[in-house]
Design a protein around this ligand. Structure first.
Ligand SMILES: [Zn+2]
Length: 390
């Protein structure tokens, strides 16, 4: 976490407001103490004219990013969340014990990025699984506790519960102080750049999905979820993010073929186009539910798929119990451009009780460490393992 913001469960990156956002802003004081500044009251300037005065900027030349895969809250996973809550004398769900091993690696990273694949339900349910998910919103408390700063929400399940599901997910993330990209509740919100202040560096996260399982968008609301892996559109959004002051643009993509480690021809071609553009710096992929490789294109990195962060560990396919924390260290090169060095922490969901384990070369479950390492490096890049403790 370095010298960045640390207030209770709050996360590292400072919240910026762009495009008239009325959510709250965390500003870091000169001694590293954070103060809640209250709501911004909105900024009516059009996108592109904001940002220049937003960042206090401490001139860092290094920051770290962690990205993770899908939260798949299958029935057995929610049952474990309920059992863990009741063991702590609480009602409802508590997903902290299940995901606690991720806390060191996420909270010590300057920018934690998660993916919320499924819409969130009302607090008392009903909670639904495949094919039309509605997941316990209590997971957001754990997302915050782990140290995530922002989440992508564009996925093939984004419209499973229609507009109310999109609204609940956005409201719950907003209320927890977690930024997000990929879905929106108005045309105006959809135009906003999801901008984070990471140790004084402005970083934008954008999010898109290949589709929504054939569920149409509500009439007259084309902006509700970013659908389509359209390089021209994504590059135009990234250009706008850089014009708004972003130094680094991270694109989260929901793509690929489920249960297939190999990146598809479409993934590789889209990655080539996006990273060939000057204003996109990193791609973090989700959806396949298994780990996919890293590839370097035009000096930048695509992480094709990060597997599941949590899912049913008793499902038949062992590979769906496996995931990674993709860790990127950004430093400035001699021409003052940001360059990323990749590494990864393998993860494994184990049963009885259901727990997400972070693995290293010295931990048990070496079979997972080797198989995951093999997949991550399968396109020929010798991406190193990172310590789960930092
Ligand atoms: Zn998906």
């Amino acid at each position: 976490m370095g010298t960045s913001v640390s207030v209770g469960k709050t996360s590292n990156a400072r919240r910026l407001t762009f495009g008239g956002c009325t959510t709250c802003v965390l500003l870091t004081g000169v001694l590293g103490l954070a103060a809640l500044s209250g709501c911004s009251g909105g900024d009516d300037r059009p996108a592109g004219q904001r940002g220049a005065t937003e960042s206090s900027g401490d001139g860092t030349d290094r920051f770290t990013v962690a990205g993770t895969g899908d939260f798949l809250l299958h029935k057995v996973v929610t049952a474990q969340g309920a059992a863990d809550a009741s063991a702590r004398g609480k009602k409802g769900f508590d997903f902290d014990p299940m995901l606690a091993q991720l806390k060191p690696v996420i909270s010590k990273t300057d920018l934690g990025i998660c993916h919320v694949e499924t819409p969130l339900a009302p607090p008392s349910g009903p909670f639904l699984g495949y094919p039309a998910f509605s997941s316990p919103p209590q997971i957001v408390d754990t997302i915050r506790w782990l140290g995530y700063d922002t989440c992508s929400t564009a996925s093939n399940h984004a419209l499973d519960q229609g507009e109310p599901g999109v609204r609940r997910t956005i409201d719950d993330l907003d209320n927890a102080g977690i930024q997000h990209a990929g879905t929106a509740l108005s045309a105006e919100d959809a135009k906003k750049i999801n901008m984070l202040d990471v140790k004084g560096v402005k970083v934008a996260q954008l999010s898109y999905t290949y589709g929504t399982n054939g569920i149409p968008k509500p009439a007259g609301k084309p902006w509700i979820v970013n659908v389509g892996l359209n390089p021209e559109k994504i590059i135009a959004d990234a250009d706008r993010a850089k014009e708004s002051g972003a130094e680094v643009v991270i694109v989260s993509l929901h793509w690929g073929t489920e249960y297939q480690h190999e990146a598809t021809a479409e993934q590789r071609s889209v990655a080539k186009k996006l990273l060939g553009a000057r204003n996109i710096d990193l791609i973090l992929g989700c959806h396949a539910h298994v780990v996919q490789p890293f590839e370097q294109i035009n000096g930048k990195w695509v992480v094709y798929g990060m597997g599941n962060q949590v899912a049913n560990p008793t499902a038949n396919t062992q590979a769906t119990h496996e995931g990674i924390v993709a860790r990127l260290t950004f430093t400035r090169d001699s021409e003052n451009r940001w360059k990323a060095q990749p590494s990864f922490v393998p993860t494994l969901v184990t049963a009885s009780p259901i727990r997400v384990r972070t693995l290293s070369q010295n931990s048990p479950n070496q079979a997972t460490v080797s198989s995951t390492t093999k997949v991550v490096r399968s396109l020929g890049y010798n991406v190193p393992l990172a310590s789960p403790q930092k």
